[in-house]
Ligand binder design. Structure first.
Ligand code: SR1
Length: 325
């Protein structure tokens, strides 16, 4: 195994084993997150074991135990249901395995938490909603409780409605499954048909936004609603910027950067170096107008134009190579 000259143990000798254990693997966000984690692991000479997520809480528990038995030094847990993880995560910690959590609140001072500043993300999206629609409109809202990032974004949506009595939530729907976008599209069709006065849909997950856009197209009302989301991918950019798209803005990080940050945090923990408890990757507002004007067609175009899409200064150290993309 190749070590890194000048790195602290055990990275000086190489052969460090880490695990990435996801709750969800399908969809652009999670694939890009995993690719970023793998690229950062490779740059650090880490043997990264990737356990795919199938939205199955008991499988995720099993995978944590398997990773510990494989002798990994650290585990990154990407999403999941806290209630089904606490005891197995504690078993890992008790055996000296370092744990980092992304978007799942494991509520343990020993576990650094990575997030995309979800309050700020939702606030930026809703500020754009107000800019383009004012403070009085009928809205649709896509939400599934129990996922940390969606719950944090929901806190901002609740506050937004409380502060703006002219905003009326006419319909709420959503699902997180292996067919999130298609199922959301079916739900959105029913909601938009029953509530033809809906002008704005807040869909703070790109799979949700994709579903609502599909429904609006099928119903022939793409020119009557505006969709505001979270997340971005090359496919999302194409959907946002195409002619007549109702998907008018998203607020996003580069998920590959977030994956890389998660691995760096785990590496710092394994090396015994200081890691902040809260690690944040800040999102950027991307409007349809700005993407079109800048001729942005891919995530790589974004990374070339927006520094935050290329790299993050979270969880860095001089011995950690960061050139990933
Ligand atoms: C089901 S949770 C989906 C969200 O997780 C990540 O935080 C992404 O931003 C996505 O919106």
């Amino acid at each position: 195994a190749d070590g890194i000259a000048g790195a602290p143990a055990p990275f000086d000798k190489g052969g460090v084993k880490l695990a990435l254990i996801s709750y969800i693997s399908a969809g652009d966000f999670f694939q890009a997150y995993q690719a970023g984690a793998e690229a950062q692991a490779k740059a650090l000479g880490i043997d990264l074991r990737v356990f795919p997520g199938r939205q199955d809480a008991s499988e995720q528990r099993e995978q944590i135990l398997q990773a510990v038995n494989l002798g990994v030094s650290g585990i990154v847990i990407d999403h999941g249901l806290p209630e089904s993880l606490t005891d197995v995560v504690q078993q890992a910690l008790d055996k000296g395995v370092k744990v980092v959590a992304f978007d799942v609140n494991l509520n343990n001072p020993k576990i650094p938490q990575v997030e995309q500043s979800d309050h700020e993300l939702a606030q930026l999206a809703l500020d754009q909603v107000v800019k383009e629609n004012g403070k009085s409109f009928s809205a649709g809202y896509v939400y599934v409780a129990g996922f940390a990032p969606l719950d944090r974004r929901n806190e901002i949506w609740d506050k937004f409605k409380a502060d703006n009595s002219g905003v009326v939530e006419k319909a709420r729907f959503g699902n997180v499954s292996d067919t999130t976008a298609a199922t959301t599209a079916d739900q959105a069709k029913a909601a938009l048909t029953a509530n033809p006065d809906i002008k704005v849909v807040f869909a703070p997950y790109d799979e949700f936004a994709r579903g609502v856009k599909l429904a609006a197209g099928d119903l022939g009302i793409a020119d009557k609603i505006k969709i505001y989301s979270a997340d971005v991918s090359t496919a999302d950019i194409q959907e946002i910027t195409e002619d007549g798209s109702p998907w008018v803005a998203t607020v996003a990080t580069n998920p590959a950067v977030v994956g890389a940050v998660s691995i760096r945090a785990a590496a710092l923990e394994v090396a015994g170096q200081t890691v902040p408890h809260q690690i944040t990757v800040k999102p950027t507002l991307l409007t349809q107008e700005s993407l079109r004007a800048a001729g942005v067609k891919t995530i790589e175009d974004l990374a070339a134009k927006v520094p935050a899409f290329n790299t993050s200064d979270a969880a860095t150290a001089s011995w950690i190579p960061q050139k990933l993309f």
